[in-house]
Write a protein that binds this ligand. Structure first.
Ligand code: HEC
Length: 157
C-alpha cells in the first residue's frame, strides 16, 4: 500500500512537471514566432556590438561603464540562445538562416553560445579596467570568437 502511495505521489509530481513544461512550450509558440524572437535577440547583440565598435573608434557618447554594462547584457543574451533554437526551426522550416547542423551538433552549438558568454564576461572585466587599448583588443575577440565562432558553422550566409 505504501509503495502504491509513493507511486501515485511520483505520478502527481511528474504531472506537475509536465504542466510546468507545458507552460514554457506555450511561451515558445510556433516555429516562425520562435525564429522571430531569436532574430530579435541577434539584432540586440548586433546593436550592442555596433555601440562597442563606436566606442573603440573614439566616437564618444559611451563611457567604459556603459561598455561594461552592454557586455553584461550580452552575456545574459548569450545564455538565452540555445533555448531559442528548439528542433524543427531550421531554415528549411521557415524564413531563417539557421543551418540543420545546429541540431546535428547540438553540443558544439551550445559550446558556441557559452563561448560568447565567456567573451562577453571578459569584455565586462576588461571594460571595468578602463584601458581603451585592451577594450579594443577584447572587442575583436568578442566579434571573431564570440559571434564568428558560431556564425561560421551554424548560420547560412
Ligand atoms: C551560438 C550561435 C550564435 C552566436 C554565439 C551568435 N549568433 Fe547570431 N545568429 C546565429 C544563427 C543560427 C542565426 C540565424 C538565425 C535565424 O535566421 O533563424 C544568427 C543570426 C544573426 C543575425 C541576423 C538576425 C536577423 O534579423 O535575421 C545577426 C544580426 C546576428 N546573428 C548577430 C550576432 C552577433 C552580433 C553575435 C555576437 C555578439 C552573434 N550573432 C552571436 C547564431 C549565433
Amino acid at each position: 500500500m505504501r509503495n502504491r502511495n509513493n507511486f501515485i505521489f511520483a505520478s502527481l509530481m511528474a504531472a506537475g512537471i509536465a504542466v510546468a513544461l507545458g507552460s514554457i512550450a506555450v511561451v515558445a509558440a510556433t516555429p516562425a514566432e520562435t525564429i522571430k524572437q531569436r532574430q530579435a535577440l541577434m539584432k540586440e547583440l548586433g546593436g550592442n556590438m555596433k555601440a562597442m565598435y563606436g566606442f573603440t573608434q573614439g566616437q564618444g557618447g559611451e563611457t567604459v561603464a556603459d561598455i561594461a554594462k552592454r557586455a553584461e547584457v550580452m552575456k545574459g543574451l548569450a545564455a538565452q540562445i540555445p533555448g531559442l533554437f528548439p528542433p524543427g526551426t531550421s531554415r528549411y522550416v521557415a524564413k531563417s538562416s539557421a543551418k540543420p547542423e545546429i541540431w546535428e551538433n547540438w553540443a558544439a552549438f551550445e559550446a558556441a553560445a557559452n563561448s560568447l558568454a565567456d567573451q562577453a564576461g571578459k569584455m565586462a572585466e576588461v571594460a571595468a579596467g578602463g584601458d581603451n587599448a585592451a577594450i579594443a583588443t577584447q572587442f575583436e575577440q568578442l566579434g571573431s570568437i564570440g559571434c564568428g565562432g558560431c556564425h561560421s558553422k551554424f548560420r547560412e550566409k
